[in-house]
Design a protein around this ligand. Structure first.
Ligand code: ARG
Length: 472
């Protein structure tokens, strides 16, 4: 839409659906301020889908004639083609997507176009459009979350045996496998998909029929419209149907969590790619250089995803705040729901698409991970558990190992490098078999319960995830 096409209209305000009540046109500033057509034209296809279902119902109920319906269907087909071809003239005078399309329909097919709005209001119309739009976005996101999981699962399987330090407080804690670490993100993405599926059930209910707020006196058939549009249910209270946007807030909450998970992974990728850590390298196509420092390869993509998480989280708070003081029923405040919603969906969809691609291009450097493991006494817990299995109470074992760690620190070596007699000086229970548990492989293999980091368990988790994703 351009200002040109609007200002060239001879009689501003003439097209208004409500102009009859007013003695003067609104100012240009107010017109611009109250209009939503700049952004709600994104819901044009949903608006047409909703209108066609409504018209079909009106004809079935004999509220409009079969001829009216045929005219409406013909007109809408042309409008859809115009919109898809980028030839539709959006007009600021006509405020929003709904009035733009209705006006064009009337121009094309005459009185039938004017009958379309029978028993309907823009209030239930817009609520329907957003729900249809969000349902499509939700399905797309659920699909992308599956793609992202598939990419992680493939990489996890390749690295089911690759040892790396697991961290707590960003200090080396215990050995884990890189595959296990990646599968943690698969779990997060899986819950994200569950959240979107769950939110979808509440998105997928029909507001149409609520009309402005109180329902309508025409003999409408809401169940028919719901079935036409693939809604699982109808909104059961007309006031609630036109006013609440909790389904949109839920969508944003699910999106904020999904972005937060991507942001955590981004943070790790950035750290892992730092030359100080050097655990991975990202494919060049996800990185950029510096205009001044020729040696730089910057992880811009994960940094941006981490940054964009802030705006998605902000949209969630924005929508909650938008809703919190609104009395029943519809208020114009709700027009403000769309831009944050669209931006939330766009941001998450782009981030997921790029992450699925980026994950499969991660180059892992197992030697660097192995070197890092040698620096933090990662098998200290193994030594404590070894002593416990030989009968020492855990707290005493903890103390004995802490002293062994200090000794290793003084000698600037790792625990398995301490001679047997030195280890025995901390506990008489130590014997030569201690070196088996002090190895990284021993530590990993020992954690072979479900949810543990043992390579066999990582492979089992990969198999379970694959089976789930095959059904997705
Ligand atoms: N553009 C409006 C919105 O986004 C459509 C509904 C307007 N309804 C009204 N009574 N002004 O919410």
């Amino acid at each position: 839409m351009t200002e040109r096409s609007n200002s060239s209209q001879p009689h501003e305000g003439d097209g208004k659906a409500w102009s009859g009540r007013f003695s003067e046109p609104v100012s240009d500033l107010v017109k611009r301020f109250t209009a939503s057509v700049f952004f709600d034209q994104r819901m044009a296809e949903q608006d047409i889908r909703g209108s066609l279902a409504h018209a079909k119902m009106l004809a079935r109920q004999k509220i409009i004639s079969a001829q009216d319906l045929a005219d409406i269907e013909r007109g809408m087909q042309q409008i859809l083609a115009e919109i898809r071809a980028g030839q539709f003239e959006w007009s600021l005078d006509l405020e929003d997507v709904h009035l733009n399309i209705e006006k064009r329909l009337t121009t094309l097919v005459g009185d039938a176009g004017k009958r379309l709005h029978t028993g309907r209001s823009r209030n239930d119309q817009v609520a329907t459009d957003i729900r249809l739009w969000l349902r499509d976005a939700t399905d797309r996101i659920i699909g992308l979350l599956a793609d992202f999981q598939r990419a992680l699962v493939d990489l996890a399987e390749q690295h089911a045996d690759t040892a790396m330090p697991g961290f707590t407080h960003l200090q080396v804690a215990q050995p884990v496998t890189f595959g296990h670490h990646l599968m943690a993100y698969v779990e997060m993405a899986r819950r994200d998909a569950e959240r979107f599926s769950d939110a979808r059930r509440r998105i997928n209910r029909l507001p149409l029929g609520a009309s402005a707020l109180a329902g309508t006196s025409y003999p409408i058939d809401r169940e028919f419209v719901a079935a036409e549009l693939g809604f699982e249910d109808v909104c059961e209270n007309s006031l609630d149907a036109v006013s609440d946007r909790d389904f949109a807030i839920e969508f944003c909450a699910a999106a904020a969590l999904a972005m937060t998970h991507l942001s955590r992974l981004s943070e790790e990728l950035i750290l892992w790619m730092s030359p100080r850590v050097g655990f991975i390298d990202l494919a060049d196509r996800f990185c950029t250089g510096s205009s001044i420092m020729p040696q730089k390869k910057n992880p811009d993509v994960p940094e941006l995803v981490r940054g964009k998480t802030g705006r998605v989280n902000g949209h969630l708070v924005g929508l909650l705040t938008l809703m919190k003081a609104q009395p029943l029923a519809y208020n114009k405040d709700n027009q403000e729901d769309k831009e944050p919603l669209f931006d939330t969906a766009d941001t998450l969809i782009d981030s997921l698409r790029i992450f699925a691609d980026m994950a499969s291009g991660i180059r892992v450097k197992p030697e660097a991970m192995r070197d890092a493991l040698k620096q933090g006494f990662a098998t200290a817990t193994e030594l404590a558990d070894y002593l416990v299995k030989k009968g020492l109470p855990f707290r005493d074992a903890h103390e004995a190992v802490a002293r062994a760690v200090r000794e290793a620190e003084t000698r600037q070596c790792d625990l398995p490098d301490l001679p047997l007699d030195v280890l025995q000086s901390f506990s008489g229970l130590v014997s030569a078999d201690v070196y088996q548990v002090l190895t990284v492989e021993g530590a990993l293999a020992g954690r072979r319960h479900i949810g543990g980091t043992a390579p066999e368990q990582v492979r089992a988790a990969v198999a379970r995830a694959r089976a789930r994703l095959a059904q997705a």
